[in-house]
Design a protein around this ligand. Structure first.
Ligand SMILES: NC(=O)c1ccc[n+]([C@@H]2O[C@H](COP(=O)([O-])OP(=O)(O)OC[C@H]3O[C@@H](n4cnc5c(N)ncnc54)[C@H](O)[C@@H]3O)[C@@H](O)[C@H]2O)c1
Length: 270
């Protein structure tokens, strides 16, 4: 390990179980010398798995529903106390669509479900930054990262309204990132990650087939959750101070591919 986050303090949202991308980020941040608070929606903590991660990484857990300003204010205030100072990094690793969960087709969306989905998946990122900004909770040269997916730019039919939520999320990163950069020298980016077998990922219809397709389209293969965590650590470190307002593809090259030899073989048989 490289001590890339030695002395840095953070908040990590979204570690549900050991498959979660946020779980791997927490493990890697701990290995790199950071101290942090773990948080998730109170309902997601019922299984108690997050306590295992907290023990392993020597961190405290503060429940917060990312759609509640009251919860987020409490989270940030308590984190500043627990960590004994301002925050250097924040990971937003939160996504959920009720339309996807209920199996509603995109052409037949229920708009209450749609609104809940964008509240949890995108507006929550604005809320988190709103609270951090107003409480002046971030240190200079801090880093805020949210996780996204390429359906924000291109059509993946089964990704449903999560595509719109991710477009919203990426836009919030740029818009709020401007003010965070201007006023606090804090950077804000999204990482657009490969399909990854987690609870949120496997909830998308046809996920297994899509995972295999993306693997064969990408010259370097799909990026794993651990590799995503490694990339996130670089964005939290001092080695990427001037990277901001970006949507950064972490996908083994998938996003710039048109076709690969392996996929083409299936069509060259006639
Ligand atoms: N898995 C993939 O294929 C993939 C690909 C690209 C991007 N992402 C994104 O990565 C992020 C993390 O997802 P993951 O794949 O690790 O899955 P995951 O299911 O492990 O994590 C999603 C997290 O969101 C949390 N959450 C849901 N509602 C919440 C709320 N109201 N308040 C606070 N937290 C809430 C859940 O409890 C869970 O911990 C998401 O933004 C997801 O869209 C995932």
């Amino acid at each position: 390990m490289y001590n890339l986050l030695k002395g840095k303090k953070g908040i990590i949202f979204g570690a549900l179980d050991s498959n979660s991308i946020a779980w791997k980020v927490a493990e890697r941040a701990h290995e790199e010398g950071a101290v942090f608070v773990l948080t998730n929606a109170p309902i997601a903590m019922r299984m108690g798995e997050i306590n295992e991660l907290a023990k392993k990484t020597n961190s405290q857990v503060i429940p917060a529903d990312a759609t509640s300003m009251e919860d987020l204010e409490n989270l940030v205030e308590k984190s500043l106390e627990i960590l004994g100072g301002k925050i250097d990094f924040v990971l937003h690793s939160i996504g959920m669509s009720v339309n996807v969960r209920k199996g509603l087709h995109y052409t037949n969306s229920n708009y209450e479900f749609t609104a809940k989905g964008w509240d949890v998946s995108a507006l929550s990122f604005h809320r988190v930054m709103h609270v951090l900004y107003n409480k002046k909770a971030m240190n200079e040269w801090g880093s805020i990262v949210a996780l996204s997916y390429m359906a924000a730019q291109r059509v993946f039919p089964d990704y449903n309204d999560m595509a719109d939520n991710k477009a919203f999320l990426e836009s919030v990163a740029r818009s709020f990132g401007y003010f965070f950069g201007r006023d606090f020298k804090v950077r804000v980016n999204t990482i657009s990650q490969s399909p990854t077998p987690t609870t949120a990922g496997t909830g998308v219809k046809g996920f297994g087939g899509f995972l295999a397709y993306a693997e064969k389209m990408s010259p370097l293969g799909n990026a794993t959750a651990l590799e995503c965590a490694d990339y996130t650590i670089t964005l939290f470190s001092d080695l990427t101070k001037k990277v901001t307002l970006q949507n950064l593809f972490h996908d083994g090259g998938f996003s710039n591919m048109g076709i690969s030899d392996v996929i083409m073989e299936n069509f060259n048989k006639e």
